[in-house]
Design a protein around this ligand. Structure first.
Ligand SMILES: Nc1ncnc2c1ncn2[C@@H]1O[C@H](COP(=O)(O)OP(=O)(O)O)[C@@H](O)[C@H]1O
Ligand SMILES: [Mg+2]
Length: 264
């Protein structure tokens, strides 16, 4: 079982879209997936067809504030092999509420470990949809993750925040989670008619080398329509350019995983 955080402190770069569609494509390849929505906006929750307005203790918030166990909160989605821990706006209070707890960065890790020990439940992957910040919630996610995946929007300021993100990751590796690895960088919202997209792509590839996936996700209106129907774009319109790109990215992801597996 591998835990992967989808992270970028900028909002609107394609984190949630990547979580939903990677999860969906992996289930279509027979993998069993748990998505944890760790963003108070609850976009992964609604994007997978569940409600982000329900009682707060039946969400990730209930787990993190200690009122609920994971087994009480995991929900099935309408998609086979795809389970979800939902989120809602109450999660935004957690940072303040846990301010006195010196071990709070480890809460999620401890809860997950004890749940999987006790229940014997198994997933191939747990994908954590992070909020657009480098706050406590993101740190919690990185502390319990094996690796992280960064969606990078191919626009002018895209690379600007990356130095700060990499510093945070280094600090977490040194102090909290030495095994944390960078799974990869996924270029999103690519516009072939825009020279800027290819410039950002070049810069990202020069800097992060083979960590940048060959697949780039194009800007595609179908990707932005799908969430309002509560389904992954792969189900909404499996032949649109956005779907094709997420299938191709998932193939690359699985090849990468197989290589890691055979090298181990
Ligand atoms: N490749 C894309 N093309 C067009 N729209 C996209 C694409 N990826 C995401 N979107 C839309 O852009 C918005 C932000 O994407 P989202 O995945 O929610 O970003 P984040 O989780 O990083 O805030 C959403 O409305 C989403 O539907
Ligand atoms: Mg999001």
């Amino acid at each position: 079982m591998k835990i992967i955080s989808i992270i970028n402190q900028k909002g609107g770069v394609g984190k949630t879209t990547t979580v939903i569609n990677l999860a969906s494509a992996l289930t279509q390849q027979g993998k069993k997936i748990l998505v944890i929505d760790l963003d108070p906006q609850g976009n992964a929750t609604t994007g997978l067809g569940l409600s982000n307005s329900e009682k707060s203790d039946e969400t990730i918030y209930g787990i993190l504030n200690g009122t609920k166990s994971i087994s009480e909160v995991i929900k099935k989605t309408k998609f086979d092999n795809l389970d979800l821990i939902t989120s809602n706006v109450d999660l935004s209070g957690l940072e303040v509420e846990t301010a006195g707890d010196s071990d709070r960065a480890f809460i999620l890790k401890v809860k997950l470990a004890s749940y999987f020990n006790d229940s014997g439940a198994i997933y191939d992957y747990i994908l954590i949809d992070c909020p657009p910040s480098l706050s406590l919630l993101t740190v919690m996610a990185l502390v319990c993750s094996n690796s992280l995946l960064v969606p990078l929007q191919t626009e002018f300021f895209a690379l600007e925040g990356l130095t700060q993100l990499m510093k945070t990751i280094d600090r977490i590796k040194i102090n909290l989670n030495p095994g944390l690895e960078i799974q990869g960088i996924l270029l999103t919202m690519y516009d072939r008619r825009n020279k800027l997209s290819s410039q950002v792509e070049q810069e990202a590839r020069n800097y992060f080398k083979e960590k940048v996936y060959q697949t780039v996700i194009p800007r595609n209106v179908r990707l932005s329509e799908a969430p309002s129907h509560g389904v992954p774009v792969l189900i909404y319109d499996k032949n649109c350019p956005g779907s094709k790109s997420y299938y191709s990215f998932t193939d690359e992801f699985i090849n990468q995983e197989n290589q890691i597996g055979s090298a181990a």
